[in-house]
Write a protein that binds this ligand. Structure first.
Ligand code: SF4
Ligand code: F3S
Length: 378
């Protein structure tokens, strides 16, 4: 017997978005997770079921509140709506209307009654020096509050770079001994969603998966969801054809910069930073709103050991040099003396356009009249 058609009217009312927009969002998340379209319907049903909303305890440590701000400013569909309906936000120091003892009592009650069931979200770094006295909330250190809340959490999510690995607070000389949640909660699995700010869609997608399937999505070795952090920015960047062709901006405002050339020589850390910024962009509106899209080199905000650690203008380590789609055929490579596209790009980065515009580049230019694909040349 065919399954009864799902009634979305309640979801439409609660979220203030049309059925079409809502399903489009769920389909997009499912596709990003590498799941079939049937998963989108499973996610939609999970959101529609108020009984499946997990209670959430949300702690703030040393930070600027950027992750929450990013979440609240997203639109179409309003992720704020979605997340607030997807979960039961029992405690959030920034969004709670109440304050003081009353709110703290609500938190303790929720943690007691929902032991083993609640989701703990940590935003901000946790200072550990001098027993954690450099960050206190309601008279208790963030260090103690984190450990206490983690004790009976069903899952722990570190949202933002500060809670994922310490962020800017942990930059040398790190006077407060700031650490990320995974370092503080050694031995407990902590999912990390780094970024400064992190993309709210990465958070919502991860929570949506958790609510739908009761488990976390596949993670990488830094405990980041693979669906969001599986690729280097450099792999998906639309300035990549310029990198491969050896066309670089050498200074802010120079001709190469104005023409939308690759920002590698300005210190772009896209080649060693894993994130989905080029494909997702920010503010839910597309249109190139992400650092590289607006002409600023990626500084590796989501990569521990790169962001806030490596100087902005130092050159990125090139982890992978995957050949571009237009990798020439074997006979063409023989004509060029065997110089690969990757080698051409490296040469271009090292000694400039003259060498970068190698035979391989010439082949590409000949094919496409130097326009790249979807780049920002004027
Ligand atoms: Fe894009 Fe940066 Fe890679 Fe250049 S170095 S292609 S700007 S990610
Ligand atoms: Fe951050 Fe780089 Fe993306 S600076 S927002 S990871 S482009």
């Amino acid at each position: 017997m065919a399954e009864k058609e799902f009634d979305f009217s309640e979801v439409e009312k609660r979220l203030g978005v049309s059925r079409r927009t809502f399903l489009k969002f769920c389909t997009g998340v499912a596709a990003s997770l590498g799941l079939p379209t049937s998963a989108a319907m499973a996610m939609a049903k999970a959101v529609a079921d108020p009984k499946r909303r997990p209670p959430v305890i949300w702690l703030h440590g040393q930070e600027c509140t950027g992750p929450t701000e990013a979440l609240l400013r997203s639109e179409q569909p309003s992720l704020a709506h979605l997340i607030l309906d997807l979960i039961s936000l029992d405690y959030h120091q920034t969004l709670d209307a109440g304050a003081g003892h009353q709110v703290e009592a609500v938190k303790k009650k929720s943690m007691r009654e929902n032991a083993g069931k609640y989701l703990l979200v940590i935003e901000g770094a946790i200072p550990v020096k001098d027993k954690g006295i450099y960050c206190k909330i309601a008279g208790e250190t963030m260090l103690d509050l984190t450990r206490e809340a983690a004790e009976h959490a069903a899952a722990i999510v570190a949202y933002g770079s500060c809670s994922s690995w310490g962020g800017v607070q942990s930059a040398t000389p790190n006077p407060t001994g700031a650490q990320g949640a995974p370092q503080v909660l050694k031995g407990k699995p902590v999912v990390t969603i780094p970024g400064c700010p992190p993309n709210p869609a990465n958070f919502v997608g991860t929570v949506l998966f958790f609510v739908t399937y009761g488990k976390l999505p596949p993670l990488d070795e830094k405990m980041r969801p693979q669906w969001a952090y599986g690729r280097l920015i450099h792999e998906n960047c639309y300035r990549r054809p310029h990198f491969d062709a050896g066309r670089f901006a050498n200074e802010f405002g120079d001709e190469g910069h104005r023409k939308g050339y690759c920002l590698y020589k300005l210190g772009c850390k896209g080649p060693e930073t894993y994130n989905n910024c080029p494909s997702l962009e920010y503010n839910n509106i597309g249109g190139g709103v992400w650092p590289v899209g607006v002409g600023h080199p990626c500084f590796g905000c989501s990569e521990g050991g790169v962001g806030f650690t490596k100087p902005l203008f130092s050159l990125a380590d090139l982890k992978t040099l995957t050949p571009p789609n237009t990798f020439p055929k074997i006979q063409d490579r023989q004509k060029t003396g065997g110089l690969s596209a990757g080698a051409a790009a490296l040469a271009g980065a090292a000694v400039g356009v003259a060498v970068g515009a190698s035979a391989v580049t010439v082949k590409k230019l000949g094919d496409k009249n130097s326009s790249g694909s979807g780049d920002q040349q004027d």
